[in-house]
Ligand binder design. Structure first.
Ligand code: CAP
Ligand code: MG
Length: 407
């Protein structure tokens, strides 16, 4: 069947997908394009005696744009169960990646139809809502990840968190692979850490945020989120790729009074390759649609993870620009950051971000609290437009950090 119709004008009842496609040896582009459009909708490898004109008329997608190896396909929304991300992805990001007629296929962008957009809750808080919880208007929110990633018992964990908040940080989060291991059972860690959070709030008068990692089987995630809410928490974090879109939607639809911090561990298994995969931008739009309030998007090449400045800004736009009336999502920069990274980071990503420092804080020569002070000082200096070297002349913790990691 031929799905190419360059005169088709998509409307708001179409789900639009943009693909990068390269035909395999011996296959031509038109054949490969039609294979994708068919396999991701109503077709298969041969014609069907059971096909009906009605199905072709109502459900056939249109390949309406072909520019070199980039194509856009408009899928009628009736093809999908609008509130079901797993089904939508099983269509437009399913079998097609395995087809022999392709040597490359990347799903690089997705625009949702009106009905699909209206089928999801989207972020509950968004950037403004998280800033309101934190009581921070302008500057970046500054946070840390308790390190080492694994192994601290729950009391040691809580103590590292206390020192991080006492040194001036807004946020402490669990690492992506810390959940409820024997050395740090979830409820005991949350209880102890929340106790010290309240202590440091009393001592400083500042609002502090703890993001426990609830990643687990879906029912267990609901139970853990409920425990955090009952413990007076304001946030949870979860690993959206490893816990899956259904798990995320179960938590979002439970509608806890908890902002959701989305870690993206494992994303690079399919976002990074230039041959086959799904872009981080598509992943970002999907989790915004389902409803997260904060999302890791990279450090625009300032830190340790791949992801160019242009790529990260494109993702940052896709989670903050208008999208069907959904709230925006707080961009999170994390990975290999230290106080000396603050200036280039804000120059590249702006100050409406959450910046997280793990090793680049707990590795400070004078320890965690000094590391937190150095991060806070770096943020203050940067927001005042003062160079970090200059600001370090009167802020020794920052000076010690710059000496160790540079600026
Ligand atoms: C950072 C981190 C984060 C990564 C995630 C880690 O620690 O906690 O998980 O930043 O990467 O485990 O590496 P460091 P991304 O500050 O010590 O590097 O944000 O790109 O998803
Ligand atoms: Mg981590």
């Amino acid at each position: 069947m031929d799905y190419i119709d360059l005169n088709y004008k998509p409307g708001n009842r179409d789900l639009i997908c943009e693909f990068y496609i390269k035909p395999a040896e011996g296959a031509n582009l038109t054949e490969a394009i039609n294979d994708i459009a068919g396999e991701s909708s109503i077709g298969t490898w041969t014609d069907l005696s059971t096909m009906k004109l009605r199905i072709i008329k109502e459900l056939k997608p249109s390949v309406f744009e072909i520019k070199d190896n980039y194509i856009k396909i408009a899928y009628p929304e009736e093809l999908f169960e609008s509130s079901n991300i797993p089904e939508i992805l099983s269509s437009v990001a399913g079998n097609i990646f395995g087809m022999k007629t392709l040597s490359s296929l990347r799903l690089i962008d997705m625009e949702f139809s009106q009905e699909i957009l209206q089928s999801f809750k989207g972020p509950k808080y968004g950037i403004d809502g998280v800033r309101k919880i934190a009581g921070v208007k302008e500057r970046p929110l500054i946070g840390t990840i308790v390190k080492p990633k694994l192994g601290l018992n729950y009391k040691e964990h809580a103590e590292v968190a206390y020192n991080s908040w006492a040194g001036g940080l807004d946020i402490v989060k669990d690492d992506e692979n810390l959940t409820s291991q024997k050395f740090s059972p979830f409820e005991m860690r949350v209880t102890e850490t929340m106790k010290l959070l309240r202590k440091v709030e009393d001592e400083t008068g500042d609002t502090k945020i703890y993001m426990p990692n609830v990643t687990a089987e879906s029912n267990e995630m609901v139970r853990r989120a409920e425990f955090v809410e009952n413990s007076g928490g304001t946030h949870i974090m979860l690993d959206v790729v490893t816990c899956g879109f259904s798990g995320l939607q179960t938590i979002r639809d439970a509608d806890f009074n908890l902002a959701i911090h989305a870690h993206r561990a494992m994303h690079a298994a399919f976002t990074r390759s230039s041959d086959f995969g799904i872009s981080m931008k598509v992943l970002a739009k999907l989790v915004r649609l389902i409803g997260v309030d904060q999302l890791h998007i990279g450090t625009a090449h300032v830190g340790k993870m791949e992801g160019s400045h242009a790529l990260v800004l494109d993702i940052q736009n896709s989670i903050t620009e208008e999208m069907g009336g959904l709230k925006d999502v707080f961009p999170v920069a994390s990975g290999g950051l230290h106080p000396g990274s603050m200036q280039p980071l804000i120059e590249r990503m702006g100050s409406n971000i959450i910046a997280q420092f793990g090793g680049g804080m707990h590795g400070h020569p004078k320890g965690t609290k000094a590391g937190a002070m150095a991060v806070k000082q770096a943020a203050e200096g940067t927001m005042q437009g003062i160079s970090l070297l200059e600001y370090a002349k009167t802020h020794k913790e920052l000076a010690e950090a710059l000496l160790k990691w540079g600026g």
